[in-house]
Design a protein around this ligand. Structure first.
Ligand SMILES: [Zn+2]
Length: 383
């Protein structure tokens, strides 16, 4: 017997699975995967747990009912973001039920998804499925996307259609932007502040770069536009400037950190090369050196399923049309596997990554109904 959805979410919340690029916070997701694997086995799914390369303690879960690659995939990540315990009203790892809301770290993003997906699956006799259903549980979505990347690299096509159960307020999401970080470093030469000729001031170089990048940002915004997005242009944010050590020394080195968000169809490499040209041009004629390099992870933009019949069927089942989102997901990796992919799940992205994150019991129930309807449609009824 499966635990009821609330008890299930309680157990998942009580099993920490924080992922973070900062090793001090990073944890294994094995405990969460083991729980989901156990419940999936009880429902008759065949379960594989695959370790990610290296000794990270991170695993992906692949649980399937039926064989072949023409079925439906329900996918979620098993990790959560780090938390700030003192800003939570209650312990983030103890599920609190209040006014129909379930509070806890990962309730909306996205441990609640597994309860909804498993309970949707539980409504079907395995023998009634004409096409397979696969439940994926990935590692490290919140940090590196290494779990989804490992699946994409392995190249196993799990099905024809995929739903990622990230919190979308149960409205399907068919596209989102991509994000990556770039660091621009300006190299000068230190010297005594009393005479500018004794060095090359890196901050002087940076102040030529900033207006050039602002102009470039405007130009890119005119060239690329997608009215589906609340912010219809790509964005470039000046996030951090650092450099220098003392007022009486010529600054030898400074860096600028940028967050760049691209529309679907824009190429990260091409944009980075253009940015490098803008910086080179701005510093032209000076004695500065410079570097432009991508730092940290990145998330690709997602342009939506090409199969209009799939989007249409999901929109009909949801009773609303698909939208564009500003947050990133693992959808590009599943799309790389040839899966027609949409994002659809219970909970509000606005409460994710926050203290007192919650999902309502009503939303979990509605997600369960929706996933069951999707299974009925794509694994039993449709030809
Ligand atoms: Zn998420």
């Amino acid at each position: 017997m499966l635990p009821d959805p609330v008890a299930m979410i309680g157990q998942l919340i009580a099993t920490p699975s924080v992922s973070s690029p900062d090793a001090r916070f990073d944890q294994s997701n094995r405990g969460v995967v083991d729980l989901v694997a156990e419940w999936a086995s009880e429902l008759g799914l065949s379960v594989r747990i695959e370790a990610l390369p290296g000794e990270s303690g991170k695993v992906n879960l692949i649980a399937a009912l039926g064989e072949g690659d023409d079925g439906l995939v329900l996918s979620g990540h098993t990790d959560t973001v780090p938390y700030d315990a003192e800003r939570w009203t209650d312990d983030p790892f103890t599920l609190i039920e209040r006014d129909g809301k379930l509070f806890g770290l990962g309730t909306a993003d996205m441990k609640g998804f597994f309860a909804a997906a498993l309970h949707a699956l539980a409504r079907f006799e395995p023998s009634s499925l004409r096409r397979p259903i696969t439940l994926l549980g990935t590692a490290d979505e919140e940090s590196t996307m290494d779990g989804a990347r490992a699946l994409a690299e392995a190249g196993e096509r799990f099905g024809r259609y995929a739903i990622i159960g990230e919190p979308t307020g149960l409205q399907p999401v068919r596209k989102h932007k991509g994000v990556f970080y770039v660091q621009v470093s300006v190299h000068g030469k230190a010297g005594h502040a009393s005479n500018p000729a004794l060095g090359v001031n890196a901050i002087d170089g940076l102040q030529l770069i900033l207006p050039a990048l602002q102009t470039w940002r405007d130009r890119i915004g005119q060239r690329h536009r997608d009215a589906d997005f609340e912010v219809p242009t790509p964005t470039l944010n000046f996030g951090r400037v650092s450099g220098g050590d003392s007022p009486n020394r010529i600054c030898a080195e400074c860096t600028l950190d940028l967050d760049i968000r691209l529309l679907p169809g824009m190429e990260r490499e091409a944009v980075t090369a253009e940015l490098r040209d803008v910086v080179a041009h701005a510093l032209d004629g000076g004695a500065w050196g410079f570097d432009v390099r991508a730092v940290g992870g990145h998330a690709d933009a997602f342009s939506g399923p090409s199969d209009a019949a799939f989007s249409g069927a999901v929109e009909t089942l949801c009773g609303c049309s698909a939208k564009a989102a500003l947050f990133g997901t693992e959808a590009p990796y599943l799309a790389q596997l040839g899966l027609q992919t949409l994002v659809l799940g219970a909970g509000d992205i606005a409460v994710a990554h926050q203290p007192d994150e919650y999902v309502t019991i009503a939303a979990i129930e509605r997600a369960t109904d929706l996933y069951a309807n999707l299974i009925q449609h794509f694994c039993i009824e449709s030809p």
